[in-house]
Design a protein around this ligand. Sequence first.
Ligand code: ARG
Length: 569
Amino acid sequence: MINFKKEIATKIAKVTNLSKEELEKYIEIPPNSDLGDYAFPCFKLAKDLRKAPPIIANEIKENIETDENIIERIDVVGGYLNIYINKEVLIKTVLEEVAKENEKYGSSNVGEGKTAVIEYSSPNIAKPFHIGHLRSTVIGGALYKIYNFLGYNTIGLNYLGDWGLQFGKVIAGISLWKDEYDFENDEMGSILKTYIRFNQEEKENPELTEMAREYFKKLEKGEPEIVKQWEHIRKISIDNYQRTYKLLNSKFDSYNGEAYYNDKMAPIIEELRNKGLLKESQGAQVVDLEKYNMPPCIVVTSAGTTIYATRDLAALKDRINKYNFDKLIYVAGSEQQLHFKQVFKVMELMGYEEYVSKCAHVPFGLIVDRDGEKIGSRKGNSVFLEDILNESIDKVKNIINQKNPDIENKDEIAKKIGVGAIIFNDLSNSRIKDEIFDWDILLNFQGETGPYIQYIYVRTRSLLNKAGYIPKIEEIDFTRLKEKEAISILKTIYMFNEVIQNAADKNEPSILARYLIDLSQNFSTFYNEHKIITEDKNIQDARLFLTYAVGIVLKSGVELLGMEMPERM
Ligand code: ARG
């Protein structure tokens, strides 16, 4: 596909003495296409050339080699060059590329030979898999697919929180109240009830905390009975999570959680000691980070136990050896920002700065209701992610029953829309913002939602079905797509790869989500203004192929976000 930005930069480079790489960075896309398809702000050159921007702009305009295949017209407006590209060439390059690549359109091989490791979801076992885990699961899942589409070798890690005092609590709770719950028929539910009750009673009864500590110590020491119990709880929990992962289509290449690093902590503590980084502070072993304006990173507590940070240090070392990654992305809540800064700094001090520079913590905000209150925060009434997903599917099923009761595969369609709505809602705003969870917003088929994009896609499919064919690219008369609504769609489709690349560079799936909304709205406008199935066969073919191209991009884009696309609804 022709890279217009590069072509323009090359032409400007010939008449200035700046490199085309640098010039390319300056080229902008105006917010309004009346100001050109591209714009070049000449004030960026004013300092170097010692001339006023409008003078530079005029000089470039006069001297630039005109080549009608790329640039159709240039206007000078103030210090800007507003550049209009040749639309016929744009149409041809975009549609031919779609015809050639189909589902692969927008992908690239920039990541070839590189490994991107993405750690996401990572729930804490024995605690409920509640709605708070949605964000990491969904953001990480999207990044996994996006990097893959860009040619990276991608590895998805689910760093289960499968170690820690919470197991002492559950095991102690079970020993106390086993007969009060129905462990036989509802084991997972009973484990959770035990855990919640333990946390509540512990507040009035500190002996319980002591008891939990004792059990956890036994677990750490490897007492066979307790280890067996832990293994069982871990297995039950993972089996239980699979139902949620199946609904969300989440896949992982490894479930090595915190427990996996038990025997890898002693060596890292040893290494820290040998490198002279450990010091004693109030009975604990810590790495002093005062110089870096951070509290000390505790590696061994005063009780002699290791903690969360110790395991993360061991895990990072292990991942360096195992994956030799080009990127290691941790998708975890923004409340863990300090934790990751500390871990990264300690690894840097140990001499792993080259790897640390490839690590990133990708944080995100909370899930809140319409009034800004955190969802599922109220004591005892945690909101299970699985229940929420099923509720969404049921709500969609109700809508389908009202609007299109006879449609085939109702359950499957309801699942794609119901789950998709929740995924899209999570990804549609910049991740660091709190996510508003509101049924009326996320299931609004006319809003900026997942169902809206799916609906537009289904429109494209039914148009193609109605016509009964997908036109052949060789037969398309590109001059038939003149309308500004069509051009605006083509320009959007043209940007697809750049958008995906940008989403990866910023680890921000919302960039892709917003793009899909734009494309859907573009298509909707076109469709409302112009007939696609029409008497003139040439016009019909051109418009139908455009429709086909929109469908291809919407489907790929939605799938990159981890959603599924229904063919009918
Ligand atoms: N299990 C943690 C939690 O639910 C998230 C893990 C984040 N990743 C890490 N390497 N510490 O809060």
